[in-house]
Design a protein around this ligand. Structure first.
Ligand code: PMP
Length: 304
């Protein structure tokens, strides 16, 4: 269950958690045309810092652009609003969920006359794939559900409706006794997991599928590419096939919620875990998000 925090930002105002309500005929509830973000604020020596907040809000605007939705608040306004909301929680660290959606007033599939509403909520949220996800690793299963094709549901937009596909895959994997679903694009190549980007290490090179493979352009993926270079690891965005995964030297998942999580098997084929590169990247990532690495302090945007 979610632990409530005092306030939720809605269209410019901080309202009480229990009063942050919407009408049952809110357009997006029916048709899935909303865009959202998942962000984490971490405890730092200078107070809570929101990791790569600017990039997350820019992606929110890009997700909306892909849907043809105009968010009535600028990137700068939403950055300020997010900081204000995080500060209002009084928490040292939390998860942050901005969402923009077509509101109450119109029904039917034409979104052009619809109003766009925006809210930002925060709550405490621990490690998404478990506290020991780095050391013990997670078990993946290739999903029976295919990830979106670019001309069916745009995977580069973090659209609420896209997550029907993610939830179907996640629940299928959990019911079969696995931790997470590995999702293939319609062409059979690896796209991503239900809520994380994928990295494999083969021939001493880290490889992660790009946007064109049907993956979300992950902010953690981008962070990890940068940190891998600092650690002297070659890392590229490229296609990977199911067979690459089965014979990977190591494999890990990355995302704001999942952070860096090792993979210990895919479809019951064991993958060496935790791999040395995975461990090094996970450790550095943990320091960077907490503002402990000077070079990346700009990524840690202080809430106040
Ligand atoms: N892919 C999907 C489908 C996701 O939901 C997420 C989480 N937002 C990611 C990848 C990872 O993205 P990020 O690192 O920006 O959180």
């Amino acid at each position: 269950p979610i632990t409530p925090t005092p306030k939720i930002w809605m269209n410019g105002d901080l309202v009480d958690w229990d009063k942050a309500q919407i009408h049952i005929l809110t357009h997006t509830l029916h048709y899935g045309m909303g865009v959202f973000e998942g962000i984490r604020a971490y405890e730092t020596s200078q107070g809570p810092a929101i990791f790569r907040l600017t990039e997350h809000i820019e992606r929110l605007h890009n997700s909306a652009k892909i849907l043809g939705m105009e968010i009535p608040f600028s990137v700068e306004e939403l950055i300020t609003a997010t900081k204000e909301t995080v500060a209002s929680t009084g928490l040292d660290s939390c998860y942050v969920r901005p969402i923009a959606y077509f509101g109450y007033g119109e029904m039917g599939l034409n979104t052009m006359p619809c109003s766009v509403d925006v809210s930002i909520a925060c709550w405490p949220w621990g490690a998404y794939l478990g506290d020991d996800a780095v050391t013990k690793g997670v078990r993946l299963k290739t999903s029976s559900w295919t990830r979106h094709d670019h001309n069916i549901m745009p995977p580069a937009s973090k659209t609420t409706g896209n997550y029907v596909n993610s939830s179907l895959a996640k629940v299928e994997a959990l019911k079969a006794g696995y931790d997470e679903a590995l999702m293939l694009a319609p062409n059979g190549l690896i796209a991503e997991c239900s809520g994380e980007n994928v990295f494999v290490s083969r021939h001493d090179k880290l490889i992660t599928p790009p946007l064109s493979a049907g993956a979300l352009e992950g902010i953690t993926q981008n962070t990890v590419m940068t940190l891998a270079a600092d650690l002297g690891f070659e890392a590229v965005c490229d296609n990977i096939a199911r067979s690459d995964v089965y014979i990977a030297d190591e494999m890990f998942l990355v995302g704001t919620a999942a952070e860096v999580s090792s993979v210990n098997s895919v479809d019951d084929r064991a993958i060496p875990c935790p791999g040395p590169k995975t461990l090094a990247i996970a450790e550095l990532y943990g320091d960077v998000v907490r503002g402990k690495v000077d070079k990346y302090k700009d990524w840690c945007e202080l809430a106040s």
